[in-house]
Every structure is written in C-alpha cells, then in structure tokens.
Design a protein around this ligand. Sequence first.
Ligand SMILES: C[S@@+](CC[C@H](N)C(=O)[O-])C[C@H]1O[C@@H](n2cnc3c(N)ncnc32)[C@H](O)[C@@H]1O
Length: 214
Amino acid sequence: MSDRRLNAPATERNSEPILAVLQRVLPPTGTILEIASGTGQHGIFFAPRLQPRKWLCSENNPELRLSIAAWQDDQPSANLYGAIALDVCENPWSIERGELPDNMTTDDLVTDPITAIVNINMIHISPWQACLGLMAGAKRILPPGGILYLYGPFKQKDQTAPSNLAFDRSLRESNPAWGVRELDEVILVAESYDLKLLEVVPMPANNLSVIFQM
Ligand SMILES: C[S@@+](CC[C@H](N)C(=O)[O-])C[C@H]1O[C@@H](n2cnc3c(N)ncnc32)[C@H](O)[C@@H]1O
C-alpha cells in the first residue's frame, strides 16, 4: 500500500451515524458536493452507500487532497469523483469557475446536477468567514429544494454540553479565530442566505446534524 492515506479517527466513529441521517435527508439523485473532505475517508465510505447519487469531494489543503486520492485508489467507487481544490471563502467557488476533478466532465454535472452540499466538522475549525462563505456558496449553487447538511459540535445557549465548552476553549487557544459556533447564529446566517432550517438531529458525542433546505 502506498501511502499518503491519512487517518482521522473521528471518521471511524461518526461515519455510520452520519450515513443514517444522509440516507434520510439527501435528495434521491444528483451529485453531492462534499466541502472540506479532509482525509477522504468519509467519501469512500459514503459514496458506495448512497448510490445512485454521485459524490464529489473537495478540499482546500493540498496534502489532504493527496490523502483523498490515495484512499480513492485503495477503495474506488463508480460514483465517487476525485477532489477539487475549494476554498469556501472564495467567490465564486472553484466549481463555479468550472474546475472539475480528472474523472468528471461537465456533462456529468448536466446529467447529475449538484443537489446537496455536505460539510462535516469544518465551521468550528476555521474562521467564522468560512461559515459565511459556505452559506453564500450554498445559496449560489443549490437548486430550489437542495440540501445543505452540516455536522459538528455546536453551542446551544445555556444547554451546551460541558465537553463542547471545553472543546471551544481548546480550539480558541489553538487559534483565536476558531471556536464551537452558536447554533442560533449559524441558523440566522443560513436564513440570511435563504436556507431554511429543516431539522436538527442530536448525534453521538454531543454533535449535531443540522439540515437546511434552499
Ligand atoms: C477537522 S477537518 C474536517 C475534515 C473532514 N470533513 C472530517 O470530518 O474528517 C477541517 C476541514 O476544514 C477545512 N477547511 C478549513 N478552512 C476551509 C476553507 N476556507 N474552505 C474549505 N475548507 C476549509 C480543512 O481543510 C479541513 O479539511
């Protein structure tokens, strides 16, 4: 085995619970754009289990894009596309500028347009601008009825889990621009971009799935 495959242990714990929600809330067809695909472990797990949908990875960090490619070499799936470079803070996003992975053509996006965006564990490990950029891009890209799926820890007024408060403190110590986000603030931003809150699903380890619809 090669290997540039990186391992994010959290993906081994959260993939099954996230899959159960995705199977229920994602549109039944189309291409799912994953923002911040990380190591690529989610993509290889979700793609074969979410057919006939297609799964398109994206990742801003070049080292992680190598990991995504290595995982996909190791565990290919017919409905899984390679990773494009994508920084959510840009406007337009790379995909809007026509940048596609090697194994995807513009015809593929005509046959299977993007119907959903999935973003796991990003908005607390990036500046708040990344959350704003994510919502802005979702508004530009998603069709009516399209889904934006977020997963991660959130603050919920006075009900925030102690583990998430501690996580928030450690994130801010690493980088003052990072931090566990207040769910209500994320919802307000989403609404300002015409994304309607559909559902908040409690997940293991005090995480949430937060589902919006365009
Ligand atoms: C904790 S990792 C999560 C990765 C993966 N989704 C997972 O669950 O394993 C945070 C991710 O956010 C990405 N990220 C941070 N800032 C970003 C930005 N401005 N645009 C796109 N992705 C960004 C990082 O590159 C990294 O992949």
